[in-house]
Ligand binder design. Sequence first.
Ligand SMILES: [Zn+2]
Length: 151
Amino acid sequence: MVYMRLLLLVTLTVSITPAAELCIRNEAGLDAQTLMLTMHHIRGHQELLGVDMAQGCSASSIRLTFRTVPQAPHPQDALGATRVTAGRVQPEILIFAKSILQMLQGASAECKARALAKVVAHELSHYLRQTKEHGDGLDRRQFDAEFLTSF
Ligand SMILES: [Zn+2]
C-alpha cells in the first residue's frame, strides 16, 4: 500500500504597510498634468517613507497644500513647511510651488513634478518620522536645482 501524503503549505500574505491619504489643495494653480505627475512621483517615494499613498480627503488625511511663495513666519527661501504644534509634527504640509519651479526654468513638466514630489516627500518624512531633524538624501536640509531634478 502506498500512502501519499500531500502537504499543503498555505502562506497568507497580509499587507501591513500603513496607508496615508493626501488631501491636496492647489492654491498655487498648478495645472492638472503637473498635479497628476506630482502624485505619481510622490508614490515613487512611498517605499522609502514606509507608507502606501492615496489621494483623498477625510478626517485622517494629511493636508497637502500647494501655495505660491512662502510668507511669514516661513523663511523666504523655504520650499516647503510642515506645521509643528506642541512638539508634534502635524499632518499639515505646505509646498511653495512657485519658489520650487523658479529654480527649474525651462524644465519639462516631468522634471517639475519630480521636484515638487521630492519636497512633498521631505515634508512627509518629517511628519511620518515625527522629527524636525534633518539628515541625508530626501531628509537633507537644503535642496538645490540639481538635487531637485535628479532621479
Ligand atoms: Zn525639513
